[in-house]
Design a protein around this ligand. Sequence first.
Ligand code: ARG
Length: 663
Amino acid sequence: MLGGKSVLGEIRARFQAALSGLVDSTVEYLDLIHRSQSQRFGDYQADLAMALAKHLRRKPRDVAAEIVARLEIADLAEPPELAGPGFINLRLREDYLARRLNALLHDERLGVPVIESPQTFVVDYSAPNVAKPMHVGHIRSTVIGDALCRTLRFVGHRVISDNHIGDWGTQFGMMLYGYRHFLDADAYRQNPVAELARVYRVVRRLMDYHEAKAGLPERKAEIARRRSSIEGLRERLADPTLDAKSKDKLTKELRRAEAALAEAERDLASVETLLGEVEADPRWSGWAAAHAGIGKAVLAETAKLHGGDEENLRLWREFLPHSRHEMERIYRRLGIRFDYTLGESFYHEQLPGLTEDLLRRGLARVSDGAVCIFFDDLPAPMIIRKQDGAFLYATTDLATLRWRMENWRPNAILYVVDHRQSLHFCQLFAAARMLGYQDVTLQHVSFGTVLGEDGRPFRTRAGDTVGLESLLDEAVRRAAEIVAGNDDAKPQGPELSPDERRRVAEVVGIGALKYADLSQNRSSDYVFSYDKMLAMNGNTGTYMQYAYARIRNIFAKGEVDIDALRLAGDQIVLAHPEERALALEILRFPEAIELVLEDYRPHQLTSYLFDLSNCFSTFYQECPVLQAPSAEVRTSRLLLCDVTGRVIRCGLHLLGIETVERM
Ligand code: ARG
């Protein structure tokens, strides 16, 4: 690699040299150099003269002119152009682009520099609650976390991935209760996982039933309150003397109130459905009557487990491997592995000591019998130990943080967890600072909710959250249809054996699922749709994998030994504008990766890959490859295809997505 820098990095270095003597600290100014939005402004654009002029109290245009005069960049770019109040536009030289591209032919890293000062990252992701089936929400954490680990490692950081599974919570109280009251011993012997899942669901449903029943009067009262306040709003709106502004405000308020009422009514309807179903079924209504105190009983089982009860511990040890095994199967299928899986139970014994420590150091205090940490600038305290002696999720997280700091000494810990836990993480991080962990970056890499096409959290018809396993199966089943359809439609007849079709469908289906998730800005909610996800066109995994296979197909069709061609070296020449555009895009790969890591947003990479494939499509339409006008141009274009394919494969790989040679 030339100087171990990306194109942008190299441009920045030249500007840095030009700025020396003008300002002391250049970083903030160098950040103002970026890819141009439009061809009119060249390839790269430096907007730093304006900011610098403010600092120097000079005219922006003069500052820009001075920078240009100092800039030594003639080997990379045409003479810089000054535009507007002080923009500096750069157009890179074709021979420079070609030189950089030729350097990629033998560069495994495809131009991505290795970081200068590697750091240690702990990435906390996936973290499902054992025993409960993994659902679609967990896929986001899993897929985003995995992509971040791969990308951080690729640039040279030391990464420790740790799956903080929930293996110690109430769900075990539920399983213990279910095991004692509802187990079918034969079924358990034959398929423990399925039977445990079944008794878990029975207990869950009975708990839901009793909760729903107890909460029914309050729900109804709430709806009545909402109705009457809507009445009130309507009456006020009917007042003819109302001015336009108040009318506007009231209308908005009315809309909100109506939406909230509709939501409450939907909730009531689903609660009533549950009550109706249970009561109409003699077996369920019998159970419901016989287990009226189930909520309390489940808590008692959990407390016994946490208190060290022999029998509950023995059963917990018996259950756990079954659930773990189930999880492992899904991870294998997703191609995901963790360095550590230290679940909540791992920290259990440290909780009393941690609590004592917090009290002794005066960081926590007793309030209403509970041990709490109070914060100056957060709305709620963090409860460490409840009145009844029970520890909480937060307590475990604090112990986990301390353990990681002591054992791994990371520079950063990333928590890939959904946005609803943001208060929890604010508290956790504030508590960590109080404990004296000042030098570590703590970041909640939060993400939005996966929605169904109705805009509400994604659920099955029965109202259950959708299990991850069935999601994968469905994606692969649909991918198989697409792959078969594609293959059957090939002009020379089908190419893939049934085995190959199956393998390709698995790769395409799972790839599409991952890509759909990763291509969304993680902060937003997104609507899950199999059709959109598997579409052959647009920013989808299927499209990207197809783009890769299409490139590989060029070599197959032309019987090109691309590896040999690559070895012959330095043969890329950029003559056509579309070749140049493609070259620029290929060379932007390191910038995309930098953007991903700037704020831990993998969609920066999917967007880049999508731009790259579009660029490639245009190039491929405009520039014949196998039928190129001369042998030299043919070689050059084949090599351009090759680098494009390698960048796509590498990019997808960083996202945890595999590629196939044919599809
Ligand atoms: N098990 C938790 C859940 O499913 C997520 C845990 C995330 N990691 C953490 N360190 N809190 O909601």
